[in-house]
Write a new protein. Structure first.
Ligand SMILES: *Cc1c(COP(=O)(O)O)cnc(C)c1O
Length: 351
């Protein structure tokens, strides 16, 4: 018998998540994964012969202080992606409870649910890219509601009033998870200040985007202590490697936060410039307004645009398989030099 035949049926039939890194290779300018091109160098200092703390106190303290919450409201994990997985593992009974997602949105909620035999309620955003509240409230067996704001890949913020209505409706019934992976690009929109009022609110954060540490794999889940306690029941004993915690603590220092804010300013400047540039291109019919470090563009043929730009060594992402978007490409905002290169290439194209 072949080893591949020993795998579970669902594994054999699985179409794996096509991350940007898996699905595209080559190129010298990477603007396809919403990473941060503006890196900082870090030094490692420790010995690593001992197992780390499950939740390294210095890291938890540093993030709590950065986010303005108390340490018992913070869980750290291997990226926000592991936070998503832990939430489903800890709160959804396979075959019984469901998660609700609002596409077009981040792909990992669905993947994580699938791998844990949890069904998904798909409640598309409205034409105005807001939540369809009646549909969300009517969806069956909801245990977790995932809301991404700023939303990936559209870039827009979900109105705060809608988030509050969702929190009010699901009180005592389900957890409401706000994915704030990009919140540093629109810090005033955070809902962390609602944590005290809503024991069923969960906020996901990451160092992968504004903090420019996607390679580190370090994320955070913020919630009231009973939620954090449930997640800790399911987390691996040593989820965060000691060198990761060391670097994360440096990134969250006062100086690290200042560097992050200055990178954000650079990216926002480049983004607004790129949005105006793209709006003038004859083959771009819509530039989505964005609160994050990426811009979505409607084009006649997304695959052709992605491939023509890739021919010049620049990777951007086709997002046309998402519900309700049509032909669109997503451009992550890179360094000023990278954006200059991209604009030069895009100005020469015609479709
Ligand atoms: C990038 C991203 C994440 C994942 O962050 P990691 O910490 O790198 O796992 C989560 N949610 C959204 C919306 C993202 O775009």
């Amino acid at each position: 018998m072949k080893i591949s035949e020993l795998a579970r049926d669902k594994v054999k039939n699985l179409v794996p998540y096509a991350s940007a890194r898996l699905s595209m290779s080559g190129g010298s300018v990477w603007l396809n994964a919403n990473e941060n091109s503006l890196a900082t160098q870090y030094q490692l200092s420790g010995d690593y012969n001992r197992y780390p703390d499950c939740q390294p106190p210095a890291l938890i303290q540093a993030y709590a202080s950065y986010a303005g919450v108390s340490p018992d409201q913070v869980l750290t994990s291997r990226g926000a992606d592991e936070g998503i997985e832990l939430l489903i593992k800890s709160f959804c009974e396979p075959g019984k409870d469901r998660i609700s997602i609002c596409p077009p949105t981040y792909g990992m909620y669905k993947i994580s649910a699938f791998s844990q035999d949890v069904e998904v309620n798909t409640v598309p955003l409205t034409k105005e890219l807001t939540l369809d509240l009646p549909a969300l409230f009517a969806a069956p067996d909801t245990k977790l509601v995932f809301i991404c704001s700023p939303n990936n890949p559209t870039g827009d913020l979900i109105p705060r009033q809608q988030i509050i209505e969702v929190l009010e409706f699901f009180a005592g019934k389900a957890l409401v998870v706000l994915d704030e992976a990009y919140i540093e690009f629109a810090p005033e929109a955070t809902v962390v200040n609602l944590l005290a009022d809503y024991p069923h609110l969960v906020v996901l954060r990451t160092l992968s985007k504004a903090f420019a540490l996607a390679g580190l794999r370090c994320g955070f889940t913020l919630a009231q202590p009973p939620v954090i306690a449930a997640l800790k029941q399911m987390i691996a004993p040593y989820p965060v490697p000691a060198p990761v915690a060391d670097i994360a603590v440096q990134a969250l220092s006062k100086e690290g936060q200042q560097q992050m804010r200055s990178r954000v300013q650079t990216i926002l400047r480049e983004r607004d410039h790129f949005s105006r540039f793209a709006a003038d291109l004859p083959y771009v019919s819509r530039v989505y307004s964005t609160a994050a470090n990426y811009v979505l563009l409607s084009v006649p043929d997304a695959a052709a645009v992605v491939s023509a730009i890739a021919d010049k060594g620049i990777l951007i992402r086709n997002q046309s398989s998402q519900i309700g978007l049509g032909q669109v490409v997503r451009v992550s905002i890179g360094s000023p030099a990278e954006m200059q290169q991209l604009k030069a290439v895009m100005a020469e194209l015609s479709f």
